[in-house]
Structures are given as structure tokens and as C-alpha cells.
Write a protein of this length. Sequence first.
Length: 202
Amino acid sequence: MCSSDLPAFTVPAVPDQPAGVGWIRSMVPRFCEGEAHARRRALAERVIARIGCPPRSGSPTAALLAAMGLPPGLEDDVAAVAAAYQPHVPVPPEADAAADRLVAACGGRTEKAAARAGALVQAHAATLALIARLEAGDSAPPVPVTRRIAPDGREILVDLAAAPFGAGRHACPGQALALHLAGAGPRGERDTGRRGIEPVPD
């Protein structure tokens, strides 16, 4: 069992923020624990279930936006937010502005809207990385490490080689969707019998 699956190892906490990237961080299951995590994860799972298996055309983010009934022009905003999403990464003003536009398009400042925005943001870079790994025949996980807080308060890096989509309560709820968008089989192998997608640079 890896430390990302142990209850004593928690995700880094984020402060409440009124707007911008910080607001999305503070409202998604990715950066919380306990009852809030359970409630927000359920919302995220419902968003993913409604997306289903969208047609693979254009970039993965474009496919998700279309499936969610959102404007294709939001792809640049999703990319900007994704680049500043992790709490240890600085947030430039343009990313905050992009986050506010994305949240507004997703329905405003509610947990349901945050679940929609979070699904787009968390899928963006990771799915492109997955596609690149598969096309290169590289078995390394698309996201090589994740961060956890150890029981002694230290922030540690957790190697995801043995669990590419995480494990336990914070395992990625969109694994099947990501593999579908990447044109991969259920074990992550490239499915050459199905039409893949052409990734679009950020």
C-alpha cells in the first residue's frame, strides 16, 4: 500500500479564497478531507458520469467542453488554470482571471460549478501527458508524483509508478474517462483499433 492510500497521510490543505484559482482549489475534492471531500467527490463523480464517453476529436479538453455544453473558447482558460492549479505553484493574474471566467461559465460560485471546473482543469495536462506517454510507448505514469502531508507534518512526494491514477479516497475518479480520451484500453495500453485524438499544444 502506498502512502497516498493511508488515512494518516492527507492532501495539502488550501486556504479559502473569494475568487480566482484559489477559489477553485478551495472548493474541489482534490485539496480537502473528511465530509467536505466526500460531498465534493460525489459531485465530481456525477459530472464525470454525465460526460460519459464523448467523441474523441480535437484535444481532450475540447472534447470535454463539448460534452459539457461549454464554449470551445474556454480551452485557453482551462489551460491557464491547470498550469497554476497546484498549491505550490505561483498564480499569475491572468490565471486568476481565467479561473473566474471558467467558474462563471460553469454556473457561478457553487460546489456544483467547482466540480465542473475541477473536472476540466484536472483532466487537461494529465490527459495530454497520458496521450504523449502512450504514443511514445512509455509506461511511466502521466503524473509521476503527488503530494501528501505525513503524520509528522512534513510534506512528502509520493511516487505514483505503482498507482498511476492514485489510490484510496483520493484516487482519480476520471480514470476511465481519461483512458477513453487517450484512446487506450482499460489497462492503459494504446488501442490502435480505435480512433485516437490529435493533442493540441497548450
